[in-house]
Design a protein around this ligand. Structure first.
Ligand code: ARG
Length: 579
Protein backbone atom coordinates (compact mmCIF):
# COMPACT_ATOMS: atom_id res chain seq x y z
CA UNK A 1 0.00 0.00 0.00
CA UNK A 2 1.38 3.42 -0.79
CA UNK A 3 1.91 5.96 1.96
CA UNK A 4 -0.76 8.31 0.70
CA UNK A 5 -3.41 5.60 0.85
CA UNK A 6 -2.24 4.53 4.29
CA UNK A 7 -2.46 8.10 5.59
CA UNK A 8 -5.84 8.63 3.94
CA UNK A 9 -7.25 5.53 5.64
CA UNK A 10 -5.99 6.53 9.06
CA UNK A 11 -7.21 10.10 8.73
CA UNK A 12 -10.62 8.98 7.49
CA UNK A 13 -10.95 6.84 10.59
CA UNK A 14 -9.99 9.76 12.81
CA UNK A 15 -12.43 12.04 11.01
CA UNK A 16 -15.29 9.63 11.61
CA UNK A 17 -14.23 9.28 15.24
CA UNK A 18 -14.38 13.07 15.49
CA UNK A 19 -17.98 12.99 14.33
CA UNK A 20 -17.46 13.84 10.68
CA UNK A 21 -19.67 12.23 8.01
CA UNK A 22 -17.81 9.27 6.49
CA UNK A 23 -18.49 10.63 2.98
CA UNK A 24 -15.99 13.45 3.65
CA UNK A 25 -12.64 12.90 1.97
CA UNK A 26 -9.45 13.40 3.99
CA UNK A 27 -7.80 14.98 0.92
CA UNK A 28 -4.23 13.93 1.55
CA UNK A 29 -1.61 15.47 -0.75
CA UNK A 30 2.13 15.81 -0.81
CA UNK A 31 3.20 18.98 0.92
CA UNK A 32 4.19 21.76 -1.39
CA UNK A 33 6.95 22.98 0.91
CA UNK A 34 9.20 21.17 3.38
CA UNK A 35 8.04 23.46 6.25
CA UNK A 36 4.59 21.94 5.80
CA UNK A 37 5.85 18.44 6.47
CA UNK A 38 5.83 15.58 3.98
CA UNK A 39 2.08 15.28 3.50
CA UNK A 40 -0.89 17.40 4.37
CA UNK A 41 -4.54 16.60 4.91
CA UNK A 42 -6.92 19.33 3.85
CA UNK A 43 -10.26 17.58 4.11
CA UNK A 44 -11.28 18.89 7.55
CA UNK A 45 -11.87 22.35 6.11
CA UNK A 46 -14.68 21.24 3.83
CA UNK A 47 -16.17 19.05 6.55
CA UNK A 48 -16.24 21.98 8.99
CA UNK A 49 -17.99 24.12 6.44
CA UNK A 50 -20.69 21.49 5.98
CA UNK A 51 -21.04 21.03 9.71
CA UNK A 52 -20.98 24.81 10.24
CA UNK A 53 -18.35 24.50 12.92
CA UNK A 54 -14.91 25.98 13.60
CA UNK A 55 -12.41 24.21 11.33
CA UNK A 56 -9.40 24.59 13.60
CA UNK A 57 -11.27 23.15 16.55
CA UNK A 58 -12.50 20.28 14.38
CA UNK A 59 -8.99 19.65 13.08
CA UNK A 60 -7.74 19.50 16.66
CA UNK A 61 -10.35 16.87 17.45
CA UNK A 62 -9.32 14.85 14.41
CA UNK A 63 -5.67 15.08 15.43
CA UNK A 64 -6.56 13.84 18.92
CA UNK A 65 -8.22 10.79 17.37
CA UNK A 66 -5.48 10.23 14.81
CA UNK A 67 -3.21 7.29 15.41
CA UNK A 68 -0.01 7.56 13.39
CA UNK A 69 2.19 5.82 15.91
CA UNK A 70 5.36 4.66 14.23
CA UNK A 71 4.43 6.49 11.03
CA UNK A 72 4.63 10.19 11.78
CA UNK A 73 7.13 11.98 13.97
CA UNK A 74 5.14 15.18 14.20
CA UNK A 75 1.66 16.49 13.40
CA UNK A 76 0.88 20.17 13.11
CA UNK A 77 -2.28 22.15 12.81
CA UNK A 78 -1.74 24.81 10.17
CA UNK A 79 -3.64 27.68 8.60
CA UNK A 80 -7.42 27.58 8.84
CA UNK A 81 -7.51 23.81 9.51
CA UNK A 82 -4.87 21.87 7.59
CA UNK A 83 -3.03 19.00 9.18
CA UNK A 84 0.67 18.78 8.33
CA UNK A 85 2.28 15.39 8.66
CA UNK A 86 5.99 14.88 9.17
CA UNK A 87 6.84 11.25 8.56
CA UNK A 88 9.20 9.44 10.92
CA UNK A 89 12.59 8.69 9.39
CA UNK A 90 12.42 5.08 10.63
CA UNK A 91 9.06 4.59 8.96
CA UNK A 92 10.30 5.95 5.62
CA UNK A 93 13.43 3.79 5.99
CA UNK A 94 11.46 0.61 6.55
CA UNK A 95 9.10 1.36 3.65
CA UNK A 96 11.87 2.13 1.20
CA UNK A 97 13.91 -0.86 2.39
CA UNK A 98 11.09 -3.21 1.52
CA UNK A 99 10.59 -1.49 -1.83
CA UNK A 100 14.28 -2.03 -2.57
CA UNK A 101 13.98 -5.76 -1.81
CA UNK A 102 10.80 -6.15 -3.84
CA UNK A 103 11.23 -7.69 -7.30
CA UNK A 104 8.60 -5.35 -8.75
CA UNK A 105 10.00 -2.29 -6.97
CA UNK A 106 6.92 -1.88 -4.83
CA UNK A 107 4.52 -1.93 -7.77
CA UNK A 108 1.73 -4.44 -7.32
CA UNK A 109 -0.29 -5.93 -10.12
CA UNK A 110 -3.89 -4.75 -10.21
CA UNK A 111 -6.36 -7.30 -8.87
CA UNK A 112 -8.75 -6.98 -11.80
CA UNK A 113 -7.05 -8.26 -14.91
CA UNK A 114 -8.69 -5.99 -17.48
CA UNK A 115 -8.65 -6.69 -21.19
CA UNK A 116 -7.34 -3.51 -22.76
CA UNK A 117 -7.14 -2.95 -26.51
CA UNK A 118 -4.72 -0.27 -27.62
CA UNK A 119 -5.09 1.15 -31.13
CA UNK A 120 -1.90 2.95 -32.10
CA UNK A 121 0.65 3.70 -34.82
CA UNK A 122 -1.68 2.81 -37.73
CA UNK A 123 0.23 4.36 -40.63
CA UNK A 124 -1.28 4.51 -44.10
CA UNK A 125 0.57 1.94 -46.13
CA UNK A 126 0.31 3.79 -49.42
CA UNK A 127 3.24 5.93 -48.35
CA UNK A 128 6.33 5.63 -46.29
CA UNK A 129 6.06 6.25 -42.54
CA UNK A 130 6.74 9.90 -41.80
CA UNK A 131 7.09 12.02 -38.69
CA UNK A 132 3.32 12.32 -38.41
CA UNK A 133 3.23 8.69 -37.27
CA UNK A 134 5.82 9.10 -34.57
CA UNK A 135 3.62 10.39 -31.79
CA UNK A 136 0.92 7.74 -31.98
CA UNK A 137 3.55 5.02 -32.22
CA UNK A 138 5.66 5.96 -29.23
CA UNK A 139 2.96 7.34 -26.94
CA UNK A 140 0.80 4.28 -27.56
CA UNK A 141 3.69 1.91 -26.98
CA UNK A 142 4.67 3.43 -23.66
CA UNK A 143 1.10 3.23 -22.39
CA UNK A 144 0.97 -0.41 -23.53
CA UNK A 145 4.11 -1.13 -21.51
CA UNK A 146 2.76 0.56 -18.39
CA UNK A 147 -0.57 -1.26 -18.64
CA UNK A 148 1.15 -4.59 -19.08
CA UNK A 149 3.47 -3.99 -16.15
CA UNK A 150 0.45 -3.22 -13.98
CA UNK A 151 -1.11 -6.52 -14.99
CA UNK A 152 -3.61 -5.67 -17.71
CA UNK A 153 -4.16 -8.10 -20.54
CA UNK A 154 -3.21 -5.85 -23.46
CA UNK A 155 -4.05 -6.45 -27.11
CA UNK A 156 -2.16 -4.22 -29.53
CA UNK A 157 -4.08 -3.27 -32.65
CA UNK A 158 -2.30 -1.67 -35.56
CA UNK A 159 -5.22 -0.36 -37.61
CA UNK A 160 -3.11 0.26 -40.70
CA UNK A 161 -4.62 2.11 -43.64
CA UNK A 162 -4.35 -0.38 -46.49
CA UNK A 163 -7.68 -0.06 -48.26
CA UNK A 164 -8.24 3.42 -49.67
CA UNK A 165 -8.81 4.41 -53.29
CA UNK A 166 -5.07 5.08 -53.74
CA UNK A 167 -4.45 1.37 -53.80
CA UNK A 168 -5.98 1.03 -57.25
CA UNK A 169 -3.38 3.44 -58.56
CA UNK A 170 -0.56 1.79 -56.65
CA UNK A 171 -1.25 -1.73 -57.82
CA UNK A 172 -1.71 -0.56 -61.42
CA UNK A 173 1.72 1.04 -61.15
CA UNK A 174 3.19 -2.09 -59.64
CA UNK A 175 1.71 -4.20 -62.42
CA UNK A 176 3.26 -1.84 -64.94
CA UNK A 177 6.70 -2.13 -63.34
CA UNK A 178 6.52 -5.90 -62.99
CA UNK A 179 5.54 -6.03 -66.65
CA UNK A 180 8.85 -4.32 -67.34
CA UNK A 181 10.53 -7.11 -65.41
CA UNK A 182 11.35 -5.08 -62.33
CA UNK A 183 11.60 -7.02 -59.08
CA UNK A 184 8.91 -5.90 -56.59
CA UNK A 185 11.45 -5.25 -53.81
CA UNK A 186 13.37 -2.97 -56.10
CA UNK A 187 10.36 -1.14 -57.45
CA UNK A 188 9.13 -0.53 -53.90
CA UNK A 189 12.50 0.28 -52.40
CA UNK A 190 11.42 3.86 -51.83
CA UNK A 191 7.68 3.98 -51.26
CA UNK A 192 7.65 7.74 -51.44
CA UNK A 193 9.22 7.79 -54.88
CA UNK A 194 6.95 4.96 -55.99
CA UNK A 195 3.89 6.90 -54.87
CA UNK A 196 5.02 10.01 -56.74
CA UNK A 197 5.58 7.98 -59.91
CA UNK A 198 2.17 6.35 -59.66
CA UNK A 199 0.51 9.72 -59.08
CA UNK A 200 2.31 11.22 -62.07
CA UNK A 201 1.28 8.30 -64.18
CA UNK A 202 -2.29 8.66 -63.02
CA UNK A 203 -2.40 12.37 -63.83
CA UNK A 204 -0.71 12.09 -67.24
CA UNK A 205 -2.18 8.94 -68.71
CA UNK A 206 -5.95 8.55 -69.01
CA UNK A 207 -5.76 4.84 -69.88
CA UNK A 208 -3.67 4.19 -66.77
CA UNK A 209 -6.07 6.28 -64.68
CA UNK A 210 -9.02 4.21 -65.88
CA UNK A 211 -7.18 0.97 -65.07
CA UNK A 212 -6.42 2.36 -61.61
CA UNK A 213 -10.08 3.17 -61.00
CA UNK A 214 -11.17 -0.27 -62.19
CA UNK A 215 -8.64 -1.87 -59.90
CA UNK A 216 -10.08 -0.21 -56.81
CA UNK A 217 -13.45 -1.78 -57.52
CA UNK A 218 -11.94 -5.14 -58.48
CA UNK A 219 -9.71 -5.21 -55.42
CA UNK A 220 -12.59 -4.49 -53.05
CA UNK A 221 -14.66 -7.10 -54.87
CA UNK A 222 -12.01 -9.75 -54.24
CA UNK A 223 -10.48 -10.11 -57.74
CA UNK A 224 -7.56 -12.56 -57.44
CA UNK A 225 -5.13 -10.77 -59.71
CA UNK A 226 -5.60 -7.40 -58.00
CA UNK A 227 -5.52 -9.02 -54.62
CA UNK A 228 -2.15 -10.62 -55.40
CA UNK A 229 -0.58 -7.37 -56.54
CA UNK A 230 -2.02 -5.62 -53.53
CA UNK A 231 -0.60 -8.27 -51.19
CA UNK A 232 2.87 -7.82 -52.67
CA UNK A 233 2.66 -4.11 -52.11
CA UNK A 234 1.33 -4.49 -48.55
CA UNK A 235 3.95 -7.05 -47.53
CA UNK A 236 6.79 -4.77 -48.50
CA UNK A 237 5.18 -1.74 -46.91
CA UNK A 238 4.49 -3.60 -43.65
CA UNK A 239 8.07 -4.88 -43.56
CA UNK A 240 9.23 -1.31 -43.88
CA UNK A 241 7.13 -0.28 -40.84
CA UNK A 242 8.38 -3.25 -38.86
CA UNK A 243 11.93 -2.20 -39.51
CA UNK A 244 11.14 1.23 -38.09
CA UNK A 245 9.42 -0.28 -35.04
CA UNK A 246 12.55 -2.22 -34.33
CA UNK A 247 14.76 0.80 -34.66
CA UNK A 248 12.43 2.68 -32.36
CA UNK A 249 12.37 -0.09 -29.78
CA UNK A 250 8.60 -0.24 -30.15
CA UNK A 251 6.92 -3.54 -29.33
CA UNK A 252 4.57 -3.76 -32.34
CA UNK A 253 5.02 -6.76 -34.63
CA UNK A 254 3.33 -8.08 -37.74
CA UNK A 255 1.04 -10.12 -35.47
CA UNK A 256 -0.52 -6.89 -34.17
CA UNK A 257 -1.57 -5.69 -37.59
CA UNK A 258 -5.32 -5.71 -38.00
CA UNK A 259 -5.62 -3.36 -40.93
CA UNK A 260 -8.66 -1.67 -42.44
CA UNK A 261 -8.90 -4.34 -45.15
CA UNK A 262 -9.51 -7.04 -42.55
CA UNK A 263 -12.94 -5.54 -41.91
CA UNK A 264 -13.96 -5.55 -45.57
CA UNK A 265 -16.38 -8.42 -45.19
CA UNK A 266 -18.13 -6.84 -42.20
CA UNK A 267 -18.85 -3.44 -43.74
CA UNK A 268 -22.08 -4.26 -45.55
CA UNK A 269 -23.45 -5.84 -42.37
CA UNK A 270 -22.62 -2.73 -40.36
CA UNK A 271 -24.61 -0.54 -42.72
CA UNK A 272 -27.55 -2.96 -42.87
CA UNK A 273 -27.70 -3.05 -39.09
CA UNK A 274 -27.59 0.74 -38.85
CA UNK A 275 -30.44 0.98 -41.33
CA UNK A 276 -32.45 -1.72 -39.60
CA UNK A 277 -32.27 0.24 -36.37
CA UNK A 278 -33.13 3.46 -38.23
CA UNK A 279 -29.84 4.94 -37.14
CA UNK A 280 -28.65 5.32 -40.74
CA UNK A 281 -30.90 6.83 -43.39
CA UNK A 282 -30.79 6.92 -47.16
CA UNK A 283 -29.73 10.23 -48.66
CA UNK A 284 -29.70 10.12 -52.48
CA UNK A 285 -28.32 6.62 -52.47
CA UNK A 286 -25.72 7.30 -49.79
CA UNK A 287 -26.22 6.05 -46.23
CA UNK A 288 -25.81 8.62 -43.49
CA UNK A 289 -26.12 8.86 -39.74
CA UNK A 290 -27.16 12.22 -38.31
CA UNK A 291 -26.03 12.84 -34.77
CA UNK A 292 -28.09 15.36 -32.84
CA UNK A 293 -25.72 14.92 -29.88
CA UNK A 294 -22.98 16.57 -31.90
CA UNK A 295 -25.10 19.29 -33.46
CA UNK A 296 -23.49 22.59 -34.40
CA UNK A 297 -24.39 26.00 -32.94
CA UNK A 298 -27.44 26.25 -35.18
CA UNK A 299 -28.76 22.90 -34.12
CA UNK A 300 -27.82 21.05 -37.32
CA UNK A 301 -26.96 17.44 -36.51
CA UNK A 302 -23.48 16.15 -37.32
CA UNK A 303 -23.57 13.99 -40.47
CA UNK A 304 -21.53 10.80 -40.81
CA UNK A 305 -21.42 9.00 -44.16
CA UNK A 306 -21.19 5.24 -43.72
CA UNK A 307 -21.68 4.30 -47.38
CA UNK A 308 -21.21 6.36 -50.51
CA UNK A 309 -23.87 6.48 -53.20
CA UNK A 310 -21.66 4.36 -55.46
CA UNK A 311 -21.64 1.65 -52.79
CA UNK A 312 -18.16 2.30 -51.43
CA UNK A 313 -17.50 2.20 -47.69
CA UNK A 314 -15.48 4.67 -45.68
CA UNK A 315 -12.93 5.14 -42.93
CA UNK A 316 -15.81 5.48 -40.47
CA UNK A 317 -17.43 2.22 -41.59
CA UNK A 318 -14.21 0.28 -40.91
CA UNK A 319 -13.89 1.96 -37.55
CA UNK A 320 -17.38 0.83 -36.59
CA UNK A 321 -16.53 -2.71 -37.66
CA UNK A 322 -13.35 -2.48 -35.59
CA UNK A 323 -15.33 -1.49 -32.48
CA UNK A 324 -17.60 -4.48 -33.02
CA UNK A 325 -14.63 -6.83 -33.42
CA UNK A 326 -13.00 -5.48 -30.29
CA UNK A 327 -16.21 -6.01 -28.34
CA UNK A 328 -17.29 -9.40 -29.70
CA UNK A 329 -14.02 -11.14 -30.50
CA UNK A 330 -11.48 -9.45 -28.26
CA UNK A 331 -13.94 -8.92 -25.39
CA UNK A 332 -12.31 -5.66 -24.46
CA UNK A 333 -13.11 -3.87 -21.21
CA UNK A 334 -11.35 -0.75 -22.39
CA UNK A 335 -10.22 0.46 -25.82
CA UNK A 336 -7.65 3.24 -26.07
CA UNK A 337 -7.12 5.09 -29.35
CA UNK A 338 -3.96 7.13 -29.85
CA UNK A 339 -4.85 9.34 -32.79
CA UNK A 340 -4.11 12.91 -33.79
CA UNK A 341 -6.35 15.55 -32.20
CA UNK A 342 -7.64 16.47 -35.66
CA UNK A 343 -9.62 13.24 -35.66
CA UNK A 344 -11.45 14.08 -32.43
CA UNK A 345 -14.80 14.63 -34.11
CA UNK A 346 -14.45 11.39 -36.07
CA UNK A 347 -13.79 9.47 -32.85
CA UNK A 348 -16.74 11.07 -31.05
CA UNK A 349 -18.99 10.09 -33.95
CA UNK A 350 -17.74 6.52 -34.00
CA UNK A 351 -18.11 6.05 -30.24
CA UNK A 352 -21.62 7.47 -30.26
CA UNK A 353 -22.84 5.40 -33.20
CA UNK A 354 -21.21 2.24 -31.86
CA UNK A 355 -22.94 2.59 -28.50
CA UNK A 356 -26.29 3.50 -30.03
CA UNK A 357 -26.26 0.55 -32.39
CA UNK A 358 -25.03 -1.81 -29.70
CA UNK A 359 -21.82 -2.69 -31.55
CA UNK A 360 -20.17 -2.27 -28.16
CA UNK A 361 -21.75 -2.93 -24.77
CA UNK A 362 -22.45 0.11 -22.60
CA UNK A 363 -19.74 -0.92 -20.13
CA UNK A 364 -16.95 -1.08 -22.69
CA UNK A 365 -14.87 2.07 -22.29
CA UNK A 366 -14.00 3.76 -25.56
CA UNK A 367 -11.32 6.42 -25.07
CA UNK A 368 -9.71 8.69 -27.62
CA UNK A 369 -6.36 10.00 -26.35
CA UNK A 370 -5.50 12.76 -28.78
CA UNK A 371 -2.17 14.48 -29.31
CA UNK A 372 -0.95 17.68 -30.90
CA UNK A 373 1.37 18.23 -33.85
CA UNK A 374 5.15 18.08 -33.99
CA UNK A 375 6.34 21.54 -35.05
CA UNK A 376 9.57 22.86 -36.49
CA UNK A 377 11.53 25.64 -34.82
CA UNK A 378 9.66 28.11 -37.03
CA UNK A 379 6.44 27.14 -35.25
CA UNK A 380 4.97 25.46 -38.35
CA UNK A 381 4.43 21.72 -38.78
CA UNK A 382 7.81 19.97 -39.01
CA UNK A 383 8.97 19.71 -42.65
CA UNK A 384 12.14 19.20 -44.64
CA UNK A 385 14.00 22.30 -45.79
CA UNK A 386 12.31 21.96 -49.14
CA UNK A 387 8.92 21.85 -47.42
CA UNK A 388 8.28 18.12 -47.88
CA UNK A 389 7.25 15.59 -45.24
CA UNK A 390 10.13 14.20 -43.22
CA UNK A 391 10.51 10.45 -43.54
CA UNK A 392 10.70 8.78 -40.17
CA UNK A 393 13.62 6.67 -41.35
CA UNK A 394 15.64 9.79 -42.17
CA UNK A 395 14.79 11.45 -38.90
CA UNK A 396 15.99 8.44 -36.92
CA UNK A 397 19.16 8.19 -38.95
CA UNK A 398 19.96 11.80 -38.18
CA UNK A 399 19.19 11.34 -34.48
CA UNK A 400 21.59 8.43 -34.21
CA UNK A 401 24.34 10.16 -36.12
CA UNK A 402 24.07 13.35 -34.01
CA UNK A 403 24.08 11.35 -30.78
CA UNK A 404 27.00 9.20 -31.86
CA UNK A 405 29.03 12.33 -32.50
CA UNK A 406 28.21 13.64 -29.04
CA UNK A 407 29.10 10.37 -27.34
CA UNK A 408 32.39 10.25 -29.20
CA UNK A 409 33.23 13.78 -28.01
CA UNK A 410 32.22 13.13 -24.40
CA UNK A 411 33.92 9.83 -23.85
CA UNK A 412 37.08 9.20 -25.80
CA UNK A 413 37.78 6.05 -23.81
CA UNK A 414 35.04 3.98 -25.47
CA UNK A 415 35.63 1.51 -28.27
CA UNK A 416 34.14 2.08 -31.72
CA UNK A 417 31.53 -0.63 -31.13
CA UNK A 418 30.54 0.84 -27.80
CA UNK A 419 30.18 4.28 -29.34
CA UNK A 420 27.88 2.92 -32.05
CA UNK A 421 25.73 1.07 -29.53
CA UNK A 422 25.50 3.98 -27.09
CA UNK A 423 24.93 6.50 -29.89
CA UNK A 424 21.97 4.48 -31.07
CA UNK A 425 20.37 4.27 -27.62
CA UNK A 426 20.96 7.95 -26.89
CA UNK A 427 19.77 9.17 -30.30
CA UNK A 428 16.57 7.14 -30.37
CA UNK A 429 15.99 7.78 -26.67
CA UNK A 430 16.34 11.53 -27.18
CA UNK A 431 13.76 11.69 -29.98
CA UNK A 432 11.27 9.58 -28.04
CA UNK A 433 11.74 11.29 -24.71
CA UNK A 434 11.44 14.78 -26.20
CA UNK A 435 8.02 13.77 -27.40
CA UNK A 436 6.84 11.75 -24.42
CA UNK A 437 7.87 14.40 -21.89
CA UNK A 438 5.62 17.07 -23.40
CA UNK A 439 1.95 17.23 -22.41
CA UNK A 440 0.43 14.97 -25.05
CA UNK A 441 -2.45 17.22 -26.02
CA UNK A 442 -0.24 20.20 -26.94
CA UNK A 443 1.75 20.81 -30.10
CA UNK A 444 5.50 20.75 -29.45
CA UNK A 445 8.61 22.09 -31.09
CA UNK A 446 11.09 19.55 -32.37
CA UNK A 447 14.55 20.84 -31.54
CA UNK A 448 17.69 18.72 -31.89
CA UNK A 449 19.84 20.77 -29.51
CA UNK A 450 17.51 20.70 -26.56
CA UNK A 451 16.58 17.02 -26.90
CA UNK A 452 20.23 15.96 -27.08
CA UNK A 453 21.35 18.12 -24.18
CA UNK A 454 22.95 16.32 -21.25
CA UNK A 455 21.26 18.76 -18.90
CA UNK A 456 17.61 19.25 -18.09
CA UNK A 457 14.66 16.94 -18.61
CA UNK A 458 16.11 14.93 -21.50
CA UNK A 459 16.84 11.29 -22.25
CA UNK A 460 20.64 11.78 -22.26
CA UNK A 461 20.50 13.36 -18.80
CA UNK A 462 18.48 10.47 -17.40
CA UNK A 463 20.52 7.79 -19.12
CA UNK A 464 23.63 9.50 -17.80
CA UNK A 465 22.25 9.67 -14.24
CA UNK A 466 21.71 5.93 -14.38
CA UNK A 467 25.25 5.25 -15.62
CA UNK A 468 26.57 7.42 -12.77
CA UNK A 469 24.94 5.08 -10.27
CA UNK A 470 26.27 2.02 -12.05
CA UNK A 471 29.77 3.48 -11.99
CA UNK A 472 29.59 3.93 -8.20
CA UNK A 473 29.07 0.19 -7.91
CA UNK A 474 31.92 -0.55 -10.29
CA UNK A 475 34.17 1.68 -8.22
CA UNK A 476 33.07 -0.05 -5.01
CA UNK A 477 33.60 -3.44 -6.69
CA UNK A 478 30.12 -4.47 -5.58
CA UNK A 479 27.58 -6.14 -7.82
CA UNK A 480 24.61 -3.78 -7.96
CA UNK A 481 21.99 -6.43 -8.56
CA UNK A 482 22.93 -8.59 -5.62
CA UNK A 483 23.65 -5.80 -3.13
CA UNK A 484 21.41 -6.04 -0.06
CA UNK A 485 21.26 -3.77 2.98
CA UNK A 486 18.82 -1.97 5.27
CA UNK A 487 18.26 1.61 4.26
CA UNK A 488 18.72 4.14 7.04
CA UNK A 489 17.36 7.65 6.70
CA UNK A 490 19.53 10.31 8.32
CA UNK A 491 19.87 13.26 5.98
CA UNK A 492 17.01 15.22 4.48
CA UNK A 493 18.26 14.40 0.95
CA UNK A 494 17.92 10.70 1.74
CA UNK A 495 14.39 11.22 2.96
CA UNK A 496 13.33 13.27 -0.05
CA UNK A 497 14.78 10.73 -2.47
CA UNK A 498 13.16 7.83 -0.59
CA UNK A 499 9.76 9.51 -0.57
CA UNK A 500 9.99 10.08 -4.30
CA UNK A 501 10.95 6.46 -4.95
CA UNK A 502 7.99 5.33 -2.88
CA UNK A 503 5.61 7.09 -5.29
CA UNK A 504 6.50 4.83 -8.22
CA UNK A 505 3.35 2.71 -8.04
CA UNK A 506 1.04 5.69 -7.69
CA UNK A 507 2.61 7.42 -10.71
CA UNK A 508 2.23 4.31 -12.87
CA UNK A 509 -1.40 3.91 -11.86
CA UNK A 510 -2.01 7.50 -12.82
CA UNK A 511 -0.39 6.98 -16.24
CA UNK A 512 -2.40 3.80 -16.82
CA UNK A 513 -5.61 5.62 -16.10
CA UNK A 514 -5.20 8.91 -17.99
CA UNK A 515 -2.59 7.85 -20.58
CA UNK A 516 -0.35 10.90 -20.18
CA UNK A 517 3.23 9.61 -20.37
CA UNK A 518 4.75 12.97 -19.42
CA UNK A 519 3.71 12.25 -15.82
CA UNK A 520 6.12 9.32 -15.82
CA UNK A 521 8.81 11.44 -17.53
CA UNK A 522 8.52 14.12 -14.87
CA UNK A 523 8.71 11.46 -12.23
CA UNK A 524 11.90 9.82 -13.50
CA UNK A 525 13.39 13.27 -13.92
CA UNK A 526 12.59 14.05 -10.27
CA UNK A 527 14.16 10.76 -9.21
CA UNK A 528 17.34 11.56 -11.15
CA UNK A 529 17.52 15.11 -9.80
CA UNK A 530 16.90 14.04 -6.20
CA UNK A 531 19.48 11.31 -6.63
CA UNK A 532 22.03 13.86 -7.83
CA UNK A 533 21.47 16.08 -4.82
CA UNK A 534 21.57 13.10 -2.45
CA UNK A 535 24.85 12.04 -4.06
CA UNK A 536 26.29 15.52 -3.61
CA UNK A 537 25.37 15.75 0.07
CA UNK A 538 25.74 12.19 1.28
CA UNK A 539 29.16 10.65 0.64
CA UNK A 540 29.08 6.95 -0.12
CA UNK A 541 32.56 5.62 -0.77
CA UNK A 542 34.52 8.39 0.97
CA UNK A 543 36.83 7.51 3.81
CA UNK A 544 35.25 7.92 7.21
CA UNK A 545 31.77 6.84 6.12
CA UNK A 546 30.64 3.98 8.35
CA UNK A 547 30.13 0.57 6.75
CA UNK A 548 26.46 0.68 7.71
CA UNK A 549 25.98 4.08 6.13
CA UNK A 550 27.86 3.12 3.01
CA UNK A 551 25.77 0.00 2.49
CA UNK A 552 22.55 1.88 3.15
CA UNK A 553 23.43 4.57 0.66
CA UNK A 554 24.47 1.99 -1.89
CA UNK A 555 21.08 0.35 -1.43
CA UNK A 556 19.29 3.65 -1.93
CA UNK A 557 21.42 4.21 -5.05
CA UNK A 558 20.59 0.76 -6.35
CA UNK A 559 16.86 1.37 -5.89
CA UNK A 560 17.22 4.74 -7.63
CA UNK A 561 18.90 3.08 -10.59
CA UNK A 562 16.29 0.30 -10.67
CA UNK A 563 13.36 2.71 -10.60
CA UNK A 564 15.03 4.96 -13.14
CA UNK A 565 15.74 2.17 -15.57
CA UNK A 566 12.34 0.55 -15.09
CA UNK A 567 10.65 3.91 -15.64
CA UNK A 568 12.69 4.52 -18.77
CA UNK A 569 12.04 0.98 -19.98
CA UNK A 570 8.30 1.60 -19.69
CA UNK A 571 8.79 4.74 -21.77
CA UNK A 572 10.58 2.58 -24.32
CA UNK A 573 13.98 4.13 -23.62
CA UNK A 574 17.05 1.98 -23.18
CA UNK A 575 19.67 2.40 -20.48
CA UNK A 576 23.29 1.23 -20.50
CA UNK A 577 26.26 0.43 -18.30
CA UNK A 578 28.27 3.48 -19.30
CA UNK A 579 28.19 6.37 -21.71
N1 ARG B 1 -4.53 5.38 -40.62
C1 ARG B 1 -5.10 6.48 -39.90
C2 ARG B 1 -4.38 7.78 -40.21
O1 ARG B 1 -3.25 7.78 -40.60
C3 ARG B 1 -5.06 6.28 -38.41
C4 ARG B 1 -5.89 5.15 -37.91
C5 ARG B 1 -6.15 5.25 -36.44
N2 ARG B 1 -6.98 4.22 -35.91
C6 ARG B 1 -8.30 4.12 -36.13
N3 ARG B 1 -8.95 3.09 -35.59
N4 ARG B 1 -8.98 5.01 -36.81
O2 ARG B 1 -4.94 8.82 -40.06
Amino acid sequence: MNIKTLLSDRISMAMVAAGIDSACEPMVTLSTRPEFGDFQANGVLGAAKRMKTNPRALAEQVMAELDLEGIASKLELAGPGFINIHLADEFVASQVSSQAQHVRLGVNETEQRLKVVVDYSAPNLAKEMHVGHLRSTIIGDSIVKVLEFLGSDVVRQNHMGDWGTQFGMLIAELEDKLGKNEAPELALQDLEVFYQQAKQHFDDDEVFAQTARDYVVKLQGGDAHCRKLWQQFIDISVAHSEDLYQQLNVSLTAADVRAESSYNDDLAGIVTELERQNIAVDDQGAKLVFLQELADKNGNPSPVIVQKSGGGFLYSTSDLAAVQYRANELKADRVLYFIDARQSLHMKQIFLIAKKAGFAPEAMQLEHHPFGTMMGKDGKPFKTRAGGTVKLADLLKEAVSRATELVREKNAGLSADEITEIGRKVGIGAVKYADLSKTRTNDYIFDWDSMLSFEGNTAPYLQYADTRIRSIFRKAKIDKDSHKAEIIIGQNQEKQLALKLLQFEEVLQQVASDAYPHTLCNYVYDVASLFMSFYEHCPILKEGVSEESKNSRLMLSKLSSDVLSKGLELLGIQTMEQM
